[in-house]
Design a protein around this ligand. Structure first.
Ligand code: SF4
Length: 222
């Protein structure tokens, strides 16, 4: 297993303030400055291989995953990259320590944006390391087709991730620290996002528009 770490993650307080409409710029700047030193993004990842494919799932390094969408995305693909990424435990502690509700809200949003920025840098690293042009990703729990229960299987592909990153699964399969993400990257010619198959109307984290025709092609809609 390999580790990717970012020593200094620089966040643009002004663009965060613009995104969090209604929050005072000076307050956002102060909160961003206060956490800049505790954001320590790290990812654990490895190359893994698709051993077998069925109609409704795949076997990767001997571990079975049930998802028709993942199965379809891995058509013709042999090598994939399971990963777990976190902005770190220190950020969680900072969130827990504040009793101010507005500051807690800002920290929560800043943590989400920090994870997005860290992931962007991680994806650049993966493309350069493995000479990949386009990389797409799926995460357990992002679609009904690939439920959160499969987090356990994903973590089993990354044995030792808790001691290396400090990321663990709770009984309800949430990741601790909270600002963490897991999934499987795979090479694609046309980029794929689970959001394209997700009809949820109000989601601040949407990365791509819902595509009903694509959802039908993937068998999500009949
Ligand atoms: S639209 Fe939101 S809920 Fe749906 S897959 Fe994308 S991020 Fe997840």
């Amino acid at each position: 297993m390999d580790i990717f770490s970012i020593d200094t993650l620089t966040l643009d307080a002004d663009s965060i303030a613009r995104r969090l409409r209604g929050a005072r710029r000076e307050l956002v700047q102060r909160v961003v400055a206060s956490v800049q030193g505790v954001l320590r993004p790290k990812a654990a990842f490895r190359a893994a291989y698709v051993d077998a494919k069925a109609e409704d799932g795949v076997v990767i390094n001997g571990v079975s995953f049930r998802s028709r969408v993942l199965r379809r995305n891995l058509e013709g693909i042999v090598r994939v990259f399971p990963f777990v990424m976190t902005v770190g435990e220190a950020f969680d502690r900072t969130m827990d320590q504040t009793g101010d509700l507005l500051e807690k809200y800002l920290l929560d949003e800043i943590g989400n944006l920090a994870l997005i920025e860290a992931r962007r840098l991680f994806e650049d690293h993966m493309r350069n390391t493995f000479a990949l042009e386009t990389l797409s990703c799926m995460s357990p729990g992002s679609l009904e087709d690939w439920p959160t229960e499969e987090q356990k299987n994903l973590f089993s592909l990354l044995a030792g991730v808790e001691s290396l990153l400090g990321v663990r699964l709770t009984e309800s399969l949430l990741m601790i620290p909270r600002k963490s993400v897991s999934g499987i990257y795979f090479p694609t010619e046309v980029s794929f996002s689970s959001c394209q198959l997700c009809p949820r109307e109000s989601c601040d984290n949407r990365k791509a528009a819902y595509d009903e025709a694509k959802a039908r092609r993937y068998g999500i809609l009949t």
